[in-house]
Design a protein around this ligand. Sequence first.
Ligand code: FAD
Length: 455
Amino acid sequence: MPAFISHSKGAQLASPNCAEDVSSALLFAQANNLEVSIRSGGHMMPLASPQDLLIDLSKHLNNVRIDAKNKLAYVQGGALWAKVNEETSKYGLAAVGATVDHVGVGGLSATTGGGFGWLSGEHGLAIDNLVSATVVVASGEILSASETENTDIFWAIRGGGSNFGIVTEFVFKLHHQADVFVSELSFAPSALPQLLEELDDWVKTQIPQEAAHLAFTNGPNGRVAHLTTVFNGPVGDGEARFERFYALGPIAHHSRSMPYAQLNTIQNGMGAQGKFRAHNGLSIPNFNKTALQRSWNAWEKFVTEVPAAERSVLVFEMYHPGKIESVAHDATAFALRNRSHNFLFVMNLSDAALTPRIHDLSAKFFAGVTDLPEVGYGNYCGLEARQGLSAAKLLFGANVHKLAAVKAKYDPNMVFNKWFAIPVNTPAGKATSIIKSCSRGVSVEESVYDLATVV
Ligand SMILES: Cc1cc2nc3c(=O)[nH]c(=O)nc-3n(C[C@H](O)[C@H](O)[C@H](O)COP(=O)(O)OP(=O)(O)OC[C@H]3O[C@@H](n4cnc5c(N)ncnc54)[C@H](O)[C@@H]3O)c2cc1C
């Protein structure tokens, strides 16, 4: 057994130091019939089981190096966005990354991929800024992937998730970044209809430098609709853009200019890693006042009926879609380019005894949010491991066929099968699995994916 693999609480844990160790760990897992689980930021950890070899990249593969001259960040596969922000800000640069900085770069960019952040309106998704990656595939080979090398896997990892290998290094394009202007406004429930009217108007004239999150949350002012608006530019211009929201009379208002790195910490309290928390989500193409009002009603009912979940938060994101939509749907594997409004439901439980009921509780919440699509941004579908052809088709759209071919080439034995696994036609029903719907908690039996029918 390699020295960097140990037993921990009955499970096997690998803490690799380099890509070669990751390669050995993958071969060790396959030789010993262990399932492979990957940890970067640790937000999806309930997916790991005692039968897994948990390959924990966060311990040693967490470094970030900046090439300021070429505006590039070399980010190891287990780093957190906090580390990326810390290093890039030393040079007045920034990457498109998570709005909560304890999220892992690996999970955000390499799960189902995508990566929405405050800068997405101007610079697209995190994967749109990926220049190259080092990927360790199931055979143990260490591949460089870019627009010129191993182009099929480079296409696939930008949206196709951790279906193809373990990324040990990402190279991201960086952008010049000054301070941002941020307003945080809390509105009483009675003001929500008016706020939604105003947001509906604002979204129609939103410019790429503007972004906003609307959170339904429980805080010092009780249950509120909490609006965070961000303007990537001077204070005066930002104030002028957001004056319309100040005029609605929020019960709390805090506006200031701050570094981009700090912006990515202000929502950190929303959902830290841990077993009493789960997240789940949906995406919609257009701003929808009715859906948002219904979501408030569902959230309020839920936190009233389940007091142990009263710290649960529902966040609705508003990014300018132009840059994201400017990339063709088949240019990368990420298919949901027409959906820049994500709902993220972070269920925070204060009572550990409720943890086994977490799927039912999620279904209970989403049952109140009717008429919304069955699938959302894959990285927000965090509660259940969605597997099988139907789930993959929903998420990857027309790209599922090409993804299946890349999967068959690099991972024919489904070594990477934890997250929106794209089934290939493997012997004896190996790929047969249960779908747990991301949004509604529905279970559906799925059959083996016959590659011959689609490629
Ligand atoms: C509070 C909160 C806020 C969030 N905010 C945002 C946001 O602003 N924008 C956004 O886009 N998403 C956001 N997310 C979603 C987030 O992108 C996903 O939950 C992501 O999968 C978490 O990654 P992680 O590395 O922290 O988790 P992990 O549990 O470590 O990883 C999740 C999965 O990713 C895969 N993986 C991890 N690292 C690698 C790697 N190096 N190579 C291959 N596969 C890997 C593994 O399959 C693993 O199971 C948020 C989630 C939460 C809980």
